[in-house]
Design a protein around this ligand. Structure first.
Ligand SMILES: *Cc1c(COP(=O)(O)O)cnc(C)c1O
Length: 371
């Protein structure tokens, strides 16, 4: 079976976990603080990094600490993982589904403009397939309408945009380190921002909003006498997760090169196939998390089935959220609905062998040339 996605773990991750076992402290401690500091160095930013236990928690916590809640609305592209929508609705706010552009499958700002209301508090662009789309226009729009920007950068850890890594600039950037993302902690996530008030809220809110508890933990102590002013969550990262993440971060260059080489091979081999459209992404600068193509002429499902019969796993990223019962809209989002019938995600992960990829490509050529 050729897997669609997969974590890439070696002996050194296991060794890092063994060291945490030996230290016999599994909660949020030294490893997490070291990881936060190494992430800050890696991103080359003056912003602070706040580690949490998932990308979904990062998004939810960011919105909650902005005091976004019932009565508020957040603009979000419909073509995203359910996590983006669930994070918004978890606060009590309404995720307002917007359409996407067929060329990049990212948020269409013109669509977002249509759904702006006096209740809109934030916009959540999703860096689909690791490509950040038209950020200057998006930030200009948010300034004009006094919106906060919460970037769902779950796909985009390691991606360069305008010469800087995603996370180095912007308002609030959320990453995921789940098992199949560009680097993993097993599960995990992070919020990155330079908003001083928000930073304090986030640091506390992930630990049940026990004030300054994270500072005590830095000294290896616990808080017994404390105050709580806000709603908090049990969203902190553990030392086991951070130890895995630190090891992965040291290998990111290798992971990025591997993923980019696989994508270059796909692009070159698939560029002139009938019924196939490649996305217009900034392939030279992204750290690709998924590789998505559009299959035209109603051939997507047949191709998916054909590859599956040959033991190749593919995916569909994603079913548009506005088609789900909880997030159903009374308006259509035509681009997303159209591309939903066409998109196919091909195998891409740091452990994918060249022969395996060659097999995927030749089967695709076979199917699309003859069907
Ligand atoms: C993975 C992902 C998330 C959530 O991250 P988890 O760490 O799995 O909770 C959010 N948004 C998108 C687009 C993702 O792919």
């Amino acid at each position: 079976m050729i897997k669609l996605s997969k974590c890439y773990l070696e002996e050194d991750e296991l060794h890092a976990v063994q060291q945490v076992f030996a230290a016999a402290y599994l909660g949020m401690g030294k490893q997490v603080f070291e990881f936060e500091s190494e992430l800050k160095t890696f991103l080359d930013t003056s912003k602070e990094v706040i580690c949490v236990n998932s990308g979904t928690a990062a998004l939810h916590l960011a919105l909650a600490c902005l005091d976004i809640g019932p009565g508020d609305e957040v603009l979000v592209p419909t073509l995203t993982f359910a996590a983006s929508f669930q994070a918004v609705s978890a606060t009590g706010a309404k995720p307002v589904a917007c359409d996407i552009k067929a060329e990049t499958l990212s948020l269409d700002l013109d669509s977002a403009k249509k759904y702006l209301t006096p209740r809109t508090r934030a916009i959540m662009p999703v860096h689909y397939a690791s490509h950040a789309d038209s950020l200057p226009a998006l930030y200009e729009f948010s300034r004009l309408h006094d919106l906060r920007v919460v970037e769902d950068a779950a796909h985009a850890f390691g991606t360069q945009y305008n010469g800087k890594l995603i996370g180095a600039e912007g308002d609030i950037i959320c990453f995921s380190f789940d098992g199949i993302k560009n680097i993993t902690c097993g599960e995990g996530g992070a919020v990155v921002t330079d908003d001083a008030i928000l930073i304090e809220r986030l640091r506390d809110a992930r630990l049940l909003a026990v004030e300054k508890d994270y500072l005590k933990r830095k000294e290896g102590k616990r808080s017994w006498d404390f105050d709580i002013q806000h709603q908090g969550y049990r969203y902190h990262m553990s030392d086991i997760m951070a130890a895995i993440g630190r090891t992965q971060l040291r290998k990111i260059r290798q992971f990025k090169e591997k993923r980019q080489a696989l994508v270059r091979h796909y692009l070159q081999a698939l560029s002139s196939l009938p019924s196939l459209i490649l996305l217009s992404l900034d392939y030279d600068h992204i750290m690709p998390h998924i590789f998505v193509v559009r299959v035209l002429n109603n051939k997507r499902d047949g191709l998916k089935e054909y590859l599956s019969q040959h033991h190749i796993e593919t995916g569909i990223h994603y079913k548009p959220n506005h088609l789900l019962t909880r997030y159903k809209t009374d308006y259509a989002l035509p681009q997303a609905e159209k591309v939903y019938q066409e998109i196919l995600t091909l195998p891409l992960h740091a452990g994918l062998q060249e022969e395996e990829q060659t097999q995927v490509i030749s089967l695709m050529k076979e199917y699309l040339s003859h069907a």
